[in-house]
Ligand binder design. Structure first.
Ligand code: ZN
Length: 286
């Protein structure tokens, strides 16, 4: 059995995350534009090491930076759904949510010449309609939920959460969930953001953050058989010099753990075929 798999994922939000917040001054937009500046650096880093990855790209980014998105595909990486203009779907009506997914799906299908297989909801925001919509679109997987860490699972639909009675689980679907975590996301650790009413301090030391990331993988390798760890980056965040050097050192250290890097569509397909990722087996390794 494998020692474990790491999925490096990059959310190429570019302008969309700021436009969605209606923060469209040149200053905010330039922060998104830096994401496009950084993409070639990241592709070079991954290409030099032969690491496949998955990129979640809003339809707006594909329409704005089509050449870069084609470079991502040309590098052997996967491009998957991430809204049209980084919508928080819980702020949309069911019809609007369906329209956003369909529009983005069409844009990504035109880009790649084939339909996308995966989705990550912007800001990991979902509604009770999200999973059914993804199933309607024929997607294989989603990567927006946090109820596990090293084991993919099948997303459920039809749950109920009454305030005066027990939780109703709903039914598992055929949609594979590749779980995520804010702690394994570069954005809250690094991005400084002052909204006027709240401050996200960010600006952490790169090696401190990557030590946390590394220990999550090390724990997986020690206590799980064939686990999967999904790590989330944003080009506009990770693309700064000290963070890219930190990422390089992190990848060097991961090499010592003998894990594999894999695209998320490949992991989801293998899970569907019955690969039992992420069995808890404490004490089996040191
Ligand atoms: Zn995003």
């Amino acid at each position: 059995m494998g020692r474990g798999t790491v999925c490096l994922s990059f959310d190429f939000d570019a302008y969309s995350i700021w436009i969605n917040r209606r923060m469209v001054s040149p200053g905010y937009l330039s922060r998104g534009e830096f994401g496009a500046t950084a993409v070639p650096r990241i592709l070079r880093l991954l290409g030099d090491r032969g690491i496949p990855s998955t990129w979640f790209v809003p339809g707006h980014t594909v329409e704005t930076f089509g050449g870069l998105c084609r470079q991502i595909l040309d590098g052997g990486h996967e491009v998957a759904l991430h809204g049209y203009v980084h919508e928080a779907v819980s702020s949309l009506s069911p019809e609007q949510e369906r329209d956003v997914f369909q529009r983005s799906h069409e844009i990504l299908t035109r880009l790649a010449g084939k339909p996308p297989r995966g989705n990550r909801t912007p800001s990991w925001d979902l509604t009770p309609h999200t999973i059914p919509i993804l199933l309607e679109l024929g997607l294989v997987y989603d990567s927006s939920l946090m109820s596990n860490d090293y084991a993919p699972f099948y997303a459920r639909q039809g749950y109920e959460a009454p305030a005066d009675g027990p939780f109703v689980w709903g039914e598992p679907t055929s949609l594979v969930e590749l779980p995520v975590s804010w702690s394994l996301d570069d954005y809250p650790h690094f991005e400084y953001h002052n909204t006027g009413t709240s401050v996200l301090p960010g600006l952490r030391m790169a090696d401190h953050v990557f030590t946390n990331f590394f220990d999550d993988v090390r724990y997986m390798v020690r206590d799980f058989v064939d686990g999967v760890c999904v790590i989330t980056f944003h080009p506009q965040v990770i693309g700064r010099g000290h963070r890219l050097l930190g990422l390089e050192r992190f990848l060097d250290r991961l090499g010592e753990l003998e894990i594999e890097f894999e695209r998320m569509d490949q992991v989801a397909e293998a899970f569907r075929r019955g690969r039992a990722y992420g069995s808890w087996a404490p004490g089996s390794r040191t």
